[in-house]
Design a protein around this ligand. Structure first.
Ligand code: PMP
Length: 322
């Protein structure tokens, strides 16, 4: 779907995937006005097709567009575009556990001009592709690298927006994590370099021995839809959950004393996955011997069961495709 200032959204179409021809002076290639979302359509156990909280993705997309000074795409247009593609691709959605149709809506400044100002033309596109389970060999606790060098977002920056530039700046930190034999990176806050922010594509939760949970406060982190769902489910399961700044030194000390029982990461791709080991330039430490914990695995099961239609959805999160 195209947008032009004064004309609005027009020219919606579905085509076979192929190249998008671009002028070398297309705005996005120079000043990076680009935002995206990632979500999945599932085959439910009853044979229907569902999406999990697509309205939350639509709202976050609108917030990202606002932050990046881009044209607002009406939330209903976002939702209709997904419905339309799912309907066309319904025969291709894998039915196996973990399989889904991955949907990647994105939008970029398509106006041809060189200049630092918001573009007056945009292209909104959705890619749909069948994917198998994120975990080919079951859930395995992650080893994460606490980056001493790089941050993901500063106050006033674009951390809360899902824009491509944030991921471009994370790539080098992810590469460092891989060099240190880690699965992902832990970003610390940009101001004091003391507090845990999030990972390259997931939010983070801490589970303590008294049953309470903590997760970093919103602001510079991406407001994850899984994070928000976990907040709700954990509270319903009787846990006290606080959103607060969690210090890296505090994390290490609580892991050593045993007060910290579990740590997990959460996001659309992996749902909920345990963190077993934390590596940093000064050494490493494990959480509860590096094994998956019962709170982590319990919340994971609850969420996956809601997504797959095995458990009643009491929150109106599961969106059925007719
Ligand atoms: N943080 C970052 C940086 C991410 O890219 C993602 C994935 N969208 C998340 C957190 C988790 O968000 P969600 O639960 O909405 O997938």
């Amino acid at each position: 779907i195209r947008y032009a200032e004064g004309k609005g959204w027009y020219d919606a179409r579905v085509e076979a995937r192929g190249p998008i021809p671009m002028d070398p002076a297309t705005a996005v290639l120079h000043y990076a006005q680009e935002i995206f979302e990632g979500l999945k359509a599932y085959q439910a156990v009853d044979g229907g097709i569902t999406m999990f909280r697509p309205d939350a993705n639509a709202a976050r997309f609108a917030d990202s567009a606002q932050r990046m000074a881009m044209a607002p795409l009406p939330e209903q247009v976002f939702l209709d575009s997904l419905h339309h593609l799912i309907d066309i691709d319904r025969a291709w959605i894998p039915s196996g556990e973990g399989g889904s149709l991955y949907l990647r809506p994105f939008m970029f400044g398509s106006e041809v001009f060189l200049g630092v100002r918001p573009a007056n033309e945009y292209l909104y596109v959705v890619i749909a592709s069948p994917v198998e389970s994120y975990f080919s060999s079951g859930v395995k606790p992650l080893t994460v690298w606490a980056s001493p060098t790089y941050t993901r977002a500063a106050p006033g920056g674009t951390g809360a927006a899902k824009c491509g530039g944030n991921y471009a700046s994370s790539l080098i930190a992810k590469a460092q994590a891989a060099e240190n034999d880690c699965d992902d990176v832990i970003f610390l806050d940009a101001v004091e370099r003391r507090y845990v922010d999030e990972m390259s594509g997931m939010n983070i939760f801490f589970v303590y021995d008294d049953g309470t949970l903590a997760t970093p406060t919103l602001g510079t982190i991406l407001p994850g839809i899984t994070r928000e769902s976990v907040l709700t489910l954990a509270r319903e399961a009787g846990h006290q959950v606080v959103e607060r700044q969690v210090g890296f030194d505090e994390w290490r000390a609580d892991a050593a004393s045993g007060r910290l029982r579990e740590v997990f990461a959460c996001g659309t791709a992996a749902v909920i996955t345990p963190i077993g080991t934390v590596r940093h330039p000064g050494g490493e430490f494990a959480i509860a011997g590096g094994e998956p914990g019962s709170v982590t695995m319990g919340l994971r099961q609850t969420l996956v069961d809601i997504q797959r239609g095995r458990t009643e959805d009491t929150h109106g999160w599961v969106h059925r495709i007719a």
